[in-house]
Design a protein around this ligand. Structure first.
Ligand SMILES: NC(=O)c1ccc[n+]([C@@H]2O[C@H](COP(=O)([O-])OP(=O)(O)OC[C@H]3O[C@@H](n4cnc5c(N)ncnc54)[C@H](OP(=O)(O)O)[C@@H]3O)[C@@H](O)[C@H]2O)c1
Length: 286
């Protein structure tokens, strides 16, 4: 049971809520396949499911929660507010829709999916993010969400948000994988007691064919995917790998019985241009 207990081992958020230290991603899993995938993920030990309104599969996640015999309170469920729903009233309405679609009466974690940026919103971006966050704070204070956070916020977005925020975000979910370590954002978040979750922790599988990672994996008797995830864990980053193959889901959980050396961590952190999205939140136009 060592594996299962490590998988569900709680990490603490700044408000005292605990979160299982590895999550299961559902991006690009079609709604009709999501129930089966999430049930399989639960069966191999995941207790933390990451979805978003824009993925179109909250219903499939909810169906799995209903069918599973694991108690709701033992599964940590995250969803995210999509970009078209920013602003105080729209955020509250989008949250209501999300919990109705999931069929739950509370969320464990709700994130602003992307910051409004100045490329699209000019001088109004900061105000829009502040108003969205005010709604998140109210939903949190009403007891409908156990923790609130952001996604794809870089340090300057957080500095701006903190000017008006009453409650500090508890999580920042950002793209982190070998080749795109985002060291500055990770450092900033950790210095502010904001837990970093890594999206695309395998670089959408692009990091798996890298020779350096493969050689380190061979040395440890592990796979390249396990090395990528372990590299995240050893930085205090919570990875959210996605797979719709049960054998890979299980493989991605088997990362708590080995340790990368400092030299291996440094070697992996220095890798460049391995693929993945490598998105710059100030440059996106969605
Ligand atoms: N906040 C955001 O803006 C944002 C953006 C993107 C993603 N996310 C979240 O982060 C999660 C993970 O990101 P992601 O899905 O984009 O990418 P990822 O987890 O880095 O990579 C997923 C890809 O890797 C493959 N894979 C998984 N495990 C493998 C293994 N052990 N061996 C070989 N291939 C393996 C999967 O294929 P199969 O499925 O075919 O096995 C899939 O093609 C998402 O699902 C989502 O929940 C958040």
């Amino acid at each position: 049971m060592q594996k299962l207990s490590a998988l569900t081992a709680p990490m603490a958020l700044s408000n005292g809520v605990t979160i299982p230290g590895l999550g299961y991603g559902t991006y690009q899993t079609p709604n009709e396949e999501t129930k089966k995938a999430v049930l399989e993920a639960l069966s191999v030990g995941y207790r933390h499911i990451d979805t978003a309104a824009v993925y179109g599969n909250e219903q499939g996640v909810g169906d799995a929660l209903k069918e599973s015999d694991i108690a709701r309170e033992d599964i940590f469920v995250t969803s995210k507010l999509w970009n078209t729903e920013r602003g105080y009233d729209a955020t509250k309405a989008a949250f209501a829709k999300t919990i109705a679609t999931l069929g739950v009466d509370y969320l464990d974690l709700y994130l602003i999916h992307w910051p409004a940026n100045t490329k699209q919103f000019g001088a109004k971006a900061a105000e829009l993010n502040a108003e969205t966050w005010r709604a998140m704070e109210d939903l949190y204070n009403e007891g409908k969400i156990r923790a609130i956070g952001v996604s794809n916020f870089m340090p300057h977005h957080l500095d701006e948000l903190m000017k008006t925020a009453v409650i500090k975000p508890m999580v920042d979910q950002i793209e982190v994988h070998p080749g795109w370590p985002q060291a500055e954002a990770v450092r900033y978040n950790q210095a502010h007691d904001i837990l970093v979750e890594a999206w695309a922790p395998l670089g959408e599988a692009s990091a798996l064919s890298n020779e350096t990672i493969a050689a380190i994996a061979t040395k440890h008797g592990k796979t390249a995917a396990q090395v990528c995830l372990r590299w995240g864990i050893q930085q205090g980053v919570l990875p959210l790998p996605k797979s719709t193959h049960q054998e890979r889901m299980a493989q991605n959980t088997d990362i708590f019985d080995f340790e990368l050396t400092d030299a291996e961590m440094t070697q992996i952190s220095a890798l460049e241009n391995l693929g993945g999205q490598c998105m710059v939140p100030d440059e996106v136009d969605f």
